[in-house]
Design a protein around this ligand. Structure first.
Ligand SMILES: [Cu+2]
Length: 343
């Protein structure tokens, strides 16, 4: 508690609080307020996977609107989805171990929905109950368990609500940090999920195929909501960077056998708890409804300059879209284009 007055003082001075996924804050108190109805995660040209550290605010409030939207699940393939905050996946929520997290869920859609935080220890029948169109619900929990977690709609049939796009990742940063004090240079969130998309009538946006979902016959398996988007727009890393990946499997039914071609993970933290450290890992399975933190280094002579695919190593799933690229560049070797007369 001794650091709390300083913290509040820092926030009063406006020196903290507004970092992380473009949060809008209220200055003058120790509460960081983010309205995901106002702050929408960019999805073009690709869903923004890079994440910033959490702010120092000890209380973090989030307003999450539920909306039905036409989304793009692969290049040129639209789908009638259901969302938290207007995108699939929904916005990343990032807090610190010990923070008080306040949620206000607002149902702006025409049917019942709910929200289930795997990071919370809270009665299901109260916090996670379904709310009707036009209703809202508020609850709070202390983020006491560090890690990376799935958040999803739990309204029956849950398979349908998840396959429609109702999920996001929450990161709870450990008090002492990940990696036993190791600093990373870049951090990315990767949410794997699958769609079961049947053609819409007359060429309109695709719709849910319940029979395919029950048979686990996915049409698309995706990272951050769209097939192959990071193949077209690779994640950018610089030579020497230590990189941390927060990987969550939203499902509804598939797990992710997460692997980077041409790299070995120095550390994997199942569920994202630093006490769970594994070392020297090639592939690690993130179960449906689970998360894990992965770290590796891209350095000269070991995963240096070049391209590195990241995949689910269940390759029938990768073929359906769960493939991306990491591009490692050396800023020191980038030479300016010679002037035309010097050529
Ligand atoms: Cu729902």
């Amino acid at each position: 508690m001794s650091s709390r007055p300083f913290l509040i003082g820092a926030l009063l001075a406006g020196s903290a609080g507004l970092v992380g996924f473009g949060a809008a804050g209220r200055q003058g108190d120790a509460v960081e307020y983010t309205d995901f109805g106002q702050v929408r995660t960019p999805t073009e040209p690709a869903f923004v996977a890079a994440v910033e550290p959490p702010s120092a605010a000890p209380i973090k409030e989030f307003r999450i609107p539920i909306t039905h939207e036409t989304i793009e699940i692969a290049k040129g393939v639209t789908y009638e989805g259901w969302t938290f905050g207007g995108t699939v996946p929904g916005p990343v929520i990032r807090v610190r171990e010990g923070d008080l997290v306040r949620i206000k869920l607002v149902n702006e859609s025409p049917m019942p929905h709910s929200i289930d935080f795997h990071s919370a220890r809270i009665p299901w029948n109260e916090a996670y109950r379904s709310i009707m169109p036009g209703e809202d619900i508020e609850f709070e929990f202390t983020a006491r368990d560090p890690g990376v977690y799935l958040v999803h709609c739990g309204t029956p049939p849950v398979t349908m609500h998840i396959m429609q796009g109702m999920y996001l990742a929450i990161i709870v940063d450990p008090k002492e940090g990940w990696g036993r004090g190791t600093k990373v240079d870049k951090e990315f969130v990767i949410v794997q999920s699958e769609f079961y998309a049947a053609p819409g009538e007359g060429g309109s946006a695709r719709r849910a195929d319940w029979k395919a979902a029950m048979g686990k016959d996915a049409s698309h398996v995706v990272f951050n909501g769209r097939a192959f988007q990071y193949k077209a727009h690779p994640l950018q890393v610089e030579l020497g960077d230590r990189v941390r990946f927060f990987v969550v499997s939203a499902g509804p039914s598939f797990r992710s056998d997460f692997h980077i071609v041409g790299a070995v993970f120095d550390r994997v933290y199942p569920d994202g708890n630093p006490d769970n450290a594994l070392v020297g890992v090639q592939t690690y399975t993130v179960p449906a409804g689970g998360g894990a933190v992965f770290e590796t280094v891209f350095e000269e002579g070991a995963s240096g300059v070049g391209l590195y695919p990241f995949v689910t190593h269940a390759f029938a799933d990768a073929e359906k879209g769960a493939v991306g690229l990491i591009q490692v560049t050396d800023p020191a070797s980038v030479v300016a284009e010679p002037a035309p007369e010097a050529r």
